[in-house]
Design a protein around this ligand. Sequence first.
Ligand code: HEC
Length: 79
Amino acid sequence: MVRQDCGSCHGMRLTGGLGPALTREALADVPLESLAAVIYHGRPGTPMPPWKAMLSEPEARWIAQRLLQGFPEEMAKAP
Ligand code: HEC
């Protein structure tokens, strides 16, 4: 779900597209809380949409956590 819905703007491998990259490296300095907030509320004035219609707050946190950990694919290629 994240890959498809978010991938349309952030790239299929979440390495960026219309939106910025969402890889672990790119987000390393961003606190979990702000990531969850951006996902849940969107970012006003940018194309990043709010997902509160489709996601609950815990789910937004979960996605933020996954992003910080890196997707399984990325973990696989990490040393
Ligand atoms: C309509 C296109 C679009 C879709 C769909 C989209 N995003 Fe975004 N997203 C953006 C844009 C554009 C930005 C950059 C906003 C800005 O300029 O600050 C962004 C920013 C973000 C950020 C903040 C990154 C940072 O470095 O601060 C996160 C986290 C994020 N998106 C997660 C997601 C997730 C998770 C999904 C799927 C549930 C998603 N996005 C779907 C366009 C999109």
